[in-house]
Design a protein around this ligand. Structure first.
Ligand code: DC
Length: 225
């Protein structure tokens, strides 16, 4: 029995973070939402008025950026330069800019270095786009998650409404989702791609509990605790 590194990759809003978070909770592992890190960088760039291109300003911002995951009321949140940001990271402006920002090599290099530092042997689940292919190619267990586009858009809408944001129509969400899928899959540097040794999960018709139970069987199969 050992503490595993578990990579959960897939398209936007297909339940990756729910699965990674539930696994971490069930196993007593650390959970890292790598998408939140790219969102934090995007938020900072928008705050500073930096365009989504490589620049000296971007290098300076990345050099000074302090990202920390903190647990507050049992919820894992991201502290960005001393401030806990939640709805700020899910705003329309951040959603529109995050994929272009995530194509920038300097941004990816900085985030990947930080992501790798979280694997300290005590058990880790991380969700994202390139976790199984690039961040942890030697991960003990890799899931590639998908769900039908309408199912994904409805989940994102429910999430936004729960966070108090009722400004999105389902069509807007579907369009943003399709655009992000396209950019995330086609960028040059570490694109979203299924790792060859990943296990596929289409969770369109699975409940949260069913998905977790299914994944835990794989953890057991890999000798995880
Ligand atoms: O998982 P999410 O929707 O919060 O991710 C937001 C964006 O961040 C996504 O559109 C692409 C980028 N991202 C990435 O490029 N690599 C990752 N490992 C995670 C997210």
């Amino acid at each position: 029995m050992k503490a595993l590194v578990i990579a959960v990759d897939g398209f936007a809003s297909c339940g990756k973070s729910t699965l990674a978070r539930d696994l971490a909770q069930a196993l007593g592992y650390r959970y890292i939402d790598s998408g939140a890190m790219y969102r934090a960088v995007t938020y900072q760039m928008l705050e500073l008025g930096l365009p989504p291109i490589e620049s000296v300003g971007l290098d300076q911002m990345l050099g000074a950026l302090d990202l920390k995951f903190v647990t507050s009321n049992g919820i894992n949140q991201l502290m960005v330069n001393g401030l806990v940001l939640v709805s700020e990271l899910r705003s329309k402006a951040v959603n529109a800019a995050v994929s272009p920002v995530s194509t920038l090599p300097s941004v990816r290099l900085a985030m990947v270095a930080l992501q790798r530092s979280y694997a300290d042997g005590t058990g880790l689940t991380m969700d994202g786009r390139d976790i199984g292919t690039h961040v942890f190619p030697q991960a003990d267990l890799k899931f590639f998650v998908s769900a039908r586009p309408e199912v994904r858009a409805k989940r994102r809408q429910a999430e936004l409404i729960a966070s108090g944001d009722t400004s999105w129509t389902l069509d807007e969400i579907l369009e943003n989702q399709a655009q992000r899928d396209l950019i995330d899959s086609n960028r040059d540097f570490a694109p979203l791609k299924r790792a060859e040794d990943a296990i596929d999960l289409d969770n369109s018709d699975l409940s949260r509990e069913e998905q977790l139970a299914w994944a835990l069987k794989w953890v057991e199969e890999r000798g995880g605790i």
